[in-house]
Design a protein around this ligand. Structure first.
Ligand code: ADP
Ligand code: MG
Length: 630
């Protein structure tokens, strides 16, 4: 095979450019990234060797060495290695979502020099923060072929055959020249390397070795007391290798935990919560779970896969085990390490596996408990969390049954009309004045719009609070709940609110008979309405429109947006005490044509207040104009 030279794709070039010109102060994270890749590669090789006899195992290790004469640092692993295609796909292009997101972030903020550069797990490319060129020698454990990849800078890379004879990869970084501000030589130092490995990669499960200076004991007989002690170098393991999730929470500092999270899950911000789960007994496992500060950019895309990483006895098995986490908690990142699963378990078997089911149930419980704790102890943080992830919990309420639904529903917070802040259902109920026995909610663009709903008059007069719905899923969720603490949910927009007193109610019922003809005539004038009634909820407004049955206007809107052609049943409600009512009555006998037009105008206005546009805007406009000309 001849040597191939290829140009980096524009995207990759941009990232490289940024790395090379980075003034980021924590350039040191390059080592963490390369070690983490080495560890991943060993994971992969080990996993393959379990199922494929042709892939041998050996004592795994990661070596970090330097050569002051050449000004190089090398990181060697005996992992899975890469084939030519893999070199091209993995190092020649940005395949990784984290890097792409990083680019987008930086471009949006137009501040490529910000401190976030190194905090993103930009992986392999971070090598270019300290290196002017990089060489990767690698022998694939799957094909046995060896190649060398070199990139001298921005534009292109070459791949050639190689006689590299050990399975795995050796990455050589040719350090950049020192500048006034930056001394790259500092990385060619055993103490620096030890410090960085401790700081970032201590938990890596394979030995990370480097050459360590050993002092030889002084022989006091013949040597001059002041002479320098004799030294030699030994290759020594410098990380503790104990996975962080096997430790006790108390043994791990927040900083360690955050660093672990960021490098493992390619985030640049600390998580808002970390959850340790250690279970011993019939089923033994550890889990370490994180709630990212911000949802991952692809969380709501169809492509995004939920899941936790699965390890068994410390061996990496699967990147996204979806059976470990329910859909509504898909935003949680983390891993589970179990001692009770076979190493060669397949995806299909996982689905059926009883242990996995048990672990998943417990993981879910732990996450809900953590959220509940946050809601109770750190309200501000919780509200921040809810802004980004609340919608998932709402789906959780919608999708679940029984006890689980109960624990999720107490995590929901909604805007309160009276209190102008977010409250739980429980807080709503606790604040209910004597005599109130339903939970009221309303849909509308915002508080102001809801305040103007004609149906709000009575609710406001009583001083009852109203929950303001904000997400599309809200009303679906509430309809699934039906009630909370035995208090029925009632929609201000639609339901009979049961707020007029008995006397008034009877009066209206009696009037219904009397005004039967009028109501029928109104109904005839607006064929699209399901029915016309005398309202029991209006005070000042002449009329309103409500939805009958379980399909509400809000749901109609949501479903329409998803291309479902549905229409809520419209009920036109008239206020018999309003002068307009009397006017209509008069018109009905004197000018039927005019009567019909007025009814239509009123009806359309009522719909507009619910945010529903007229079917025929032109006709509506014409009628209004005509009215003005009179
Ligand atoms: P990430 O590790 O998040 O996937 P990187 O940029 O760090 O992103 O690495 C890109 C890819 O290159 C890896 O996914 C892996 O397939 C490959 N790779 C990097 N380093 C090694 C290595 N030492 N051995 C084998 N493959 C590697
Ligand atoms: Mg990586």
């Amino acid at each position: 095979m001849a040597k191939t030279t290829k140009k980096f794709k524009t995207e990759t070039k941009k990232l490289l450019d940024m790395m090379i010109n980075s003034i980021y102060t924590h350039k040191e994270i390059f080592l963490r990234e390369l070690i983490s890749n080495a560890s991943d590669a060993i994971d992969k090789r080990h996993y393959l060797s379990l199922t494929n006899q042709n892939i041998p195992t050996e004592d795994y290790e990661i070596k970090v060495e330097y050569n002051k004469d050449d000004r190089t640092i090398t990181i060697t692993d005996n992992g899975v290695g890469m084939t030519k295609e893999e070199l091209e796909n993995n190092l020649g292009t940005i395949a990784k979502s984290g890097s792409k997101e990083f680019l987008e972030q930086v471009e949006n903020e137009k501040t490529p020099d910000v401190d976030i550069i190194g905090q993103f797990g930009v992986g392999f490319y971070s090598a270019f923060m300290v290196a002017k060129s990089v060489k990767v020698e690698t022998k694939s454990a799957t094909t046995g072929e060896a190649h060398v990849f070199t990139s001298e800078g921005l534009d292109s890379y070459t791949i050639d055959e190689s006689d590299y004879d050990k399975y795995g990869s050796k990455i050589t970084l040719y350090l950049r020249d020192n500048t006034e501000e930056e001394n790259y030589d500092e990385y060619m130092d055993e103490y620096k390397i030890k410090e960085l490995v401790k700081k970032y990669s201590d938990y890596v499960r394979y030995p990370i070795k480097t050459w360590v200076t050993k002092y030889e004991p002084k022989d006091d007989k013949d040597e001059d007391k002041d002479s320098e002690p004799k030294t030699h170098l030994e290759l020594e393991t410098i990380n503790s290798m104990l996975p962080i999730w096997k430790k006790n929470k108390s043994e791990v500092t927040d900083e360690e935990l955050n660093n672990f999270y960021k490098s493992k899950f390619n985030d640049w911000q600390d998580p808002i919560s970390s959850i340790f789960v250690n279970v011993e007994g019939m089923l033994t496992y550890n889990a370490l779970l994180f709630i990212p500060k911000k949802p991952f950019y692809d969380m709501y895309s169809d492509r995004s896969e939920k899941g936790l990483q699965l390890y068994t006895k410390g061996v990496f098995i699967l990147d996204k085990c979806k059976d470990l986490i329910p859909d509504y908690l898909r935003f949680v990142k983390g891993l589970v390490d179990s001692a009770d699963l076979p190493l060669n378990i397949s995806r299909e078997m996982l689905q059926e596996d009883k242990a996995i089911k048990k672990i998943a149930a417990n993981v879910e419980k732990k996450i809900l408990a953590e959220l509940s704790r946050m809601l109770k102890n750190d309200r501000e943080k919780y509200e921040e969390f809810f802004k980004d992830y609340g919608i998932n919990l709402k789906f959780g309420v919608y999708e679940n049954y029984g006890e689980k639904k109960d624990s999720i529903k107490d995590l929901i917070i909604m805007k309160s009309f009276n209190q102008d802040k977010l409250i739980t259902f429980k807080e709503y109920v606790e604040a209910m004045p004597e005599g109130q026995n339903a939970i009221y909610y309303a849909t509308g663009k915002d508080k102001d719009q809801v305040a103007k709903l004609p149906q709000m008059d009575l609710v406001k007069a009583k001083g009852y609070d109203v929950l303001l719905l904000s997400d599309d899923v809200d009303e679906f969720m509430i309809q699934m709940l039906k009630n909370y603490d035995e208090k029925e949910f009632k929609s201000v927009n639609n339901d009979d609110l049961g707020l007029v007193d008995e006397e008034k109610s009877k009066e209206i019922d009696a009037l219904k008979e009397e005004k039967k003809d009028l109501l029928e005539a109104v109904k005839d004038a607006i064929p699209s309405a399901k029915s016309v009634v005398l309202s029991k909820k209006l005070v000042d407004a002449p009329c309103c429109v409500t939805a009958e049955g379980s399909l509400t206007f809000e749901m109609e809107r949501v479903l329409k947006a998803q291309n479902h052609e549905v229409k809520a049943d419209r009920v036109f409600e008239l206020n018999p005490d309003h002068p307009v009512f009397t006017k209509l009555e008069a018109l009905k006998t004197t000018d039927e044509e005019q009567f019909k037009k007025y009814v239509n105008i009123l009806y359309t206005e009522a719909l507009l207040q619910e945010g529903i546009l007229p079917d025929d805007p032109k006709a509506f406009a014409d009628s209004l104009t005509e009215l003005l000309m009179k």
